[in-house]
Design a protein around this ligand. Structure first.
Ligand code: F6R
Length: 241
C-alpha cells in the first residue's frame, strides 16, 4: 500500500485528480470506477478544471459507480446518479452512454447486480478504482460484518452509515436503508485502486487500516491489503486525528 499524507483536503483532491489524469492520458479509453460522497467532490472539481483549462479528454472513457441507494429515482437530488451528473458528468465531455451507475430501481435487483459485474468484465475490467472509506471502515457499501459480498449485491446499511448519510437528507427517516453496492470481489478486480480519506472522523478507520497486518471482514477496507496496487491518499487530519 502506498501512502500519501497531504496537507489538506485541497491537496488530497488535486493529487488524486492528477493520478486520474495520468491514467486517462496514458489510456484515453480508461475504465474508471467512481465513488460518490463528500470525499471525492474536490477531486471531481479539479477534474472539471483539468478538462476546461487543460483539455483533459473524457470522450472515450467509461465509468462504473460503486453504489446507489435502493428505491430512489435517478432524478432524486440524493441519488448517486444525480450526484455524478451534478459533480462531474454534466461538466466534462464524457459520453453518457459510457457511464454506468447501479440502478436502485431495477425491477429485478438480483439479476441487475449479476449483469452489472458481467458488464464490467465484458468492458475489460476497471483500470482505476476510486474509493472513499466509511468511519466504520466500509468501502463502497460493504459494511463491517461476519461475511462480505464478493459481487455486486443488495446490502443493508448500518445505523452509523444511515446516520452519517442523513446529513444530505431532510430527515434521517428519509435515508434509504438498503443500497446496491459493488462487492469486495468487484473492487479487488480493479487493476489499480486509490482510496481517499479526509477529516478527523476518518482518523480511526485510517489508523486501523494502516496498522493492519491481518485482514478482517470487520474492517472491510483491510481486504485491500491483498491488492497489489493500492494508493491511500489522506489529509493530515485523517492521518493524525
Ligand atoms: C460512496 C461510497 C462510500 C463512501 C463512504 C465515505 O460511493 O461507496 O463508501 O465512499 O461512505 O463517504 P464520504 O465521502 O461522504 O465521507
Amino acid at each position: 500500500m502506498k501512502l500519501f499524507v497531504e496537507k489538506d483536503y485541497d491537496a488530497m483532491s488535486k493529487l488524486a485528480a492528477n493520478m486520474v489524469k495520468d491514467e486517462i492520458e496514458k489510456n484515453p479509453s480508461t475504465i474508471l470506477g467512481l465513488a460518490t460522497g463528500s470525499t471525492p467532490e474536490g477531486m471531481y472539481k479539479e477534474l472539471i478544471r483539468l478538462y476546461k483549462e487543460e483539455g483533459l479528454d473524457f470522450s472515450k472513457i467509461t465509468t462504473f459507480n460503486l453504489d446507489e441507494y435502493v428505491g430512489i429515482d435517478e432524478e432524486h437530488p440524493n441519488s448517486y446518479h444525480y450526484f455524478m451528473k451534478n459533480q462531474l458528468f454534466d461538466h466534462v465531455n464524457i459520453d453518457m452512454k459510457n457511464t454506468f451507475v447501479p440502478d436502485g430501481k431495477a425491477e429485478n435487483p438480483e439479476e441487475f447486480c449479476k449483469q452489472y459485474d458481467k458488464l464490467i468484465e465484458e468492458k475489460g475490467g476497471i483500470d482505476l478504482q476510486i474509493l472513499g472509506i466509511g468511519a466504520n471502515g466500509h468501502i463502497a457499501f460493504n459494511e463491517p460484518d461476519e461475511e462480505l459480498n464478493v459481487g455486486t449485491s443488495i446490502v443493508n446499511l448500518t445505523e452509523s452509515t444511515i446516520e452519517a448519510n442523513s446529513r444530505f437528507f431532510d430527515s434521517i427517516d428519509e435515508v434509504p436503508k438498503t443500497a446496491m453496492s459493488m462487492g469486495i470481489g468487484s473492487i479487488m478486480k480493479a487493476k489499480k485502486i486509490i482510496l481517499m480519506a479526509n477529516g478527523k472522523n476518518k482518523a480511526e478507520a485510517i489508523k486501523e487500516l494502516l496498522k493492519a497486518d491481518k485482514i478482517t471482514t470487520k474492517l472491510p477496507a483491510s481486504l485491500l491489503l491483498l491488492h497489489h496496487d493500492v494508493t491511500v491518499i489522506v489529509d493530515e487530519e485523517a492521518y493524525n486525528g
